[in-house]
Design a binder for this molecule. Structure first.
Ligand code: FAD
Length: 429
């Protein structure tokens, strides 16, 4: 089998970005993906001409992924959702006040609640999250917000920005930075879905000289004398390599690496707190005109958004909505979650079922394999210090970033570390 200097395991956003950076830096690179197509969780399915991402996806305009994609020449086109937010409070749908007049006339909050919400919004704009001590966001909320309903509003915004339902674990500093990012820079819903990014990254990788092999599952990473040596594949083939970047989840990465249980990977796996979600993604011929387009439930961790209001997600004007229930690590009950999501849809858009042209239910998908939390080092990887030549990337290998931003930033860090090693080796050699 042909040999390469570097192998990247996994063809999601992290793997594609890392492979492009390596190949552009002059390193011969192979990208190995176990599925039949690249994209990982950034794939979009095309159901009868309707583009459905794997759950609601929004790209942060001031995040690391956006910046790296732009730098790589990837066109990122889409629409910015408007700031009109409705909330569900005890099954009543009300507008979330976002302007002084909206606040004045709001039926959601008491007068003291209105004052607190205004104060909270002002605090969020001025705050410097990096200067905060290492505390969970729950502690920050309890010190800053008294009104129970304003707390619920804050937690709903926090969930939407971080995809995390564990305020007792989520680190305050990174969470508040992410909320500021969502309030200041906003997000984009992408025309054609996230597949458009994947397709362009795949093309850029091929142009840079990356050899992409799909349907290729890595079964073991062999090491010798503390150095990466050889990859073993599920189909029995082998490949010698000098550098490896794994973008597989933490538990799989530890399992793949020979002796992984004696490395820092064991600790990273055990400390990981995945953010999970049940998703109901729908293509509909129409949506009731008087129904809401963006809803945050204040009593249950539920989100609804009409993405096609801002992004083109079909050729014929089909409406695409995403409903999602955020789950903690062990909270999944697929049947019950599907029932809750359908019931929510009945409340928001009665009669929706007769208009369905495309439907996708994801019972419990990993949104992120980890997030910045108490008890986890702020900066994870890219090196695995016990094994020379072995690196990690992915949304669980962030340095304070969240979600796709963590995938993109960690991919770049891993590739840069390898390029630095290669330059040093060239100088010394
Ligand atoms: C419902 C949902 C909503 C989301 N919303 C947002 C959002 O709004 N904003 C945002 O920024 N992010 C969001 N994300 C997160 C974002 O999609 C992910 O962080 C990102 O796509 C992960 O990319 P990755 O490359 O790190 O991992 P993955 O996409 O999981 O890629 C890893 C790849 O490795 C492959 N692989 C694994 N093991 C092996 C092996 N042994 N051999 C070969 N290949 C292997 C897998 O098949 C996979 O393709 C969301 C995710 C979900 C699920």
């Amino acid at each position: 089998m042909k040999t390469y200097d570097a192998a990247v395991i996994g063809g999601g956003l992290a793997g594609l970005i890392a492979a492009i950076d390596l190949a552009k830096g002059g390193v011969s690179t192979v990208l190995l993906e176990k599925s039949s197509r690249v994209g990982g969780r950034a794939m979009t399915s095309n159901k009868n001409g309707v583009f459905l991402n794997l759950g609601a996806h929004a790209l942060y305009r001031t995040g690391k992924a956006f910046a790296i994609l732009q730098e790589l020449g990837v066109r990122v086109e889409g629409g910015r959702p408007a700031s009109q937010v409705s909330v569900l409070a005890q099954n009543r749908l009300l507008p979330l006040p976002t302007s002084p007049w909206g606040l004045f006339s709001s039926r959601l909050l008491s007068w003291s609640g209105k004052r607190q919400l205004m104060k909270m919004m002002m605090t969020l704009t001025k705050l410097e999250p990096d200067s905060l001590p290492i505390i969970p966001i729950k502690e920050w909320v309890e010190g800053e917000i008294d009104d129970p309903l304003v707390r619920k509003v804050f937690y709903a915004l926090c969930r939407t920005a971080t995809y995390t339902v564990e305020p007792e674990h989520l680190l305050a500093g990174p969470a508040l930075s992410q909320i500021q990012r969502s309030l200041k820079g906003g997000v984009l819903y992408l025309h054609g879905g996230w597949q458009t990014i994947v397709d362009q990254l795949r093309e850029k990788a091929a142009e840079a000289g990356v050899h992409i092999i799909s349907n290729k599952r890595v079964a073991e990473i062999q090491q010798e004398n503390g150095r990466v040596k050889r990859l073993h594949f599920a189909d029995g083939e082998q490949m010698d390599v000098t550098y490896v970047i794994s973008t597989a989840p933490p538990a799989e990465t530890e399992r793949l690496l020979q002796g992984g249980e004696h490395t820092v990977l064991k600790r990273w796996k055990e400390a990981a707190r995945p953010s999970m979600a049940a998703c109901l993604d729908l293509g509909l011929t129409k949506l009731s005109a008087q129904g809401p387009h963006f809803v945050l439930d204040l009593d249950r961790p539920i989100y609804f958004s009409n993405h096609s209001l801002h992004a083109q997600l079909s050729a014929n004007g089909t409406v695409v909505t995403h409903l999602l229930k955020y789950n903690g690590p062990h909270e999944s009950d697929p049947k019950e979650d599907e029932r809750i999501l359908e019931e929510t849809m009945n409340l928001l858009h009665p009669g929706w079922e007769k208009d369905v042209v495309a439907r996708q239910f994801l019972p419990n998908i990993a949104v992120s394999h980890d997030f910045p939390h108490i008890g986890r080092e702020m900066a994870r990887g890219p090196e695995v210090p016990e094994v020379q030549g072995f690196y990690v990337a992915g949304d669980w290998a962030g340095h304070g970033e969240f979600l796709a931003d963590a995938s993109a930033a960690s991919a770049r860090r891993a590739a840069q570390s390898i390029l630095k090693k290669c330059r040093q080796a060239a100088v010394i050699g």
